[in-house]
Design a protein around this ligand. Structure first.
Ligand SMILES: CC(C)(COP(=O)(O)OP(=O)(O)OC[C@H]1O[C@@H](n2cnc3c(N)ncnc32)[C@H](O)[C@@H]1OP(=O)(O)O)[C@@H](O)C(=O)NCCC(=O)NCCS
Length: 180
């Protein structure tokens, strides 16, 4: 089990209703300070609560990385596109609290969400990453994601155009059991 700087062991387990406020805080810091999410307005508590309920009702994972009871980050996935032939492809995301970045939390979460997707028999994982998001690109490359294409000027935020890069990883139960 990994440990953060203060020596408290980190644990990965599913998030639930009591974690909505902490998830919202992480989402909203990312929305307000970065181009990782293509949104302008902070999400309300109600929006994040509905998002969590939708995930749970659909059997989709929301995995958290915890130090004691504190949520340091979370990862989730959902359908890449809502059409039947995409049923074995998911698009995932990983968010780490601003105070906890660069300490391996993102690595733990991505490893866990890949393992979860493998366990659930999925075939392909896709990440849509804003083209200048070096932290996310490094993280995904480390786990074998490869660049699959770029949508130029897909978004506009903070007075500039945002390119969206897609990264893909094909899953195999054997390979992912020994993932990094
Ligand atoms: C991207 C993010 C999830 C990475 O999580 P993290 O806990 O900070 O990353 P880790 O400490 O686990 O490091 C993972 C890898 O990314 C690299 N990395 C981390 N921060 C980096 C940075 N600012 N610039 C370049 N590389 C960076 C690390 O060197 C590491 O690579 P290595 O394993 O080859 O050494 C986190 O920074 C984050 O939540 N950012 C804001 C939201 C976001 O961008 N989410 C992704 C949306 S696609």
């Amino acid at each position: 089990m990994a440990e953060p700087d203060d020596g408290v062991p980190l644990q990965i387990h599913p998030c639930d209703a009591p974690h909505v406020a902490a998830i919202r805080e992480i989402f909203n810091e990312v929305i307000l300070t970065s181009t990782a999410l293509f949104e302008y307005e902070p999400r309300s508590h109600e929006t994040v609560r509905s998002w969590m309920e939708m995930k749970q009702a659909a059997g989709l994972p929301v995995l958290g990385c915890f130090s004691d009871d504190r949520l340091l980050g979370f990862a989730s996935y959902g359908p890449f596109r809502p059409f039947a032939a995409y049923r074995l492809t998911v698009e995932h995301s990983v968010y780490v609290h601003a105070e906890c970045r660069g300490r391996g939390v993102g690595r733990m979460l991505l490893k866990a969400i890949i393992a979860e997707a493998s366990r659930n028999g999925l075939h392909l994982m896709v990440a849509g990453i804003e083209a200048t998001n070096q932290a996310s690109i490094s993280l995904h490359k480390r786990f074998g994601f490869t660049h699959a294409g770029r949508i130029h000027e897909a978004g506009h935020k903070f007075d500039r155009w945002l390119d969206l890069d897609f990264y893909e990883k094909r899953l195999s139960a054997e390979a992912d059991a020994s993932a990094v």
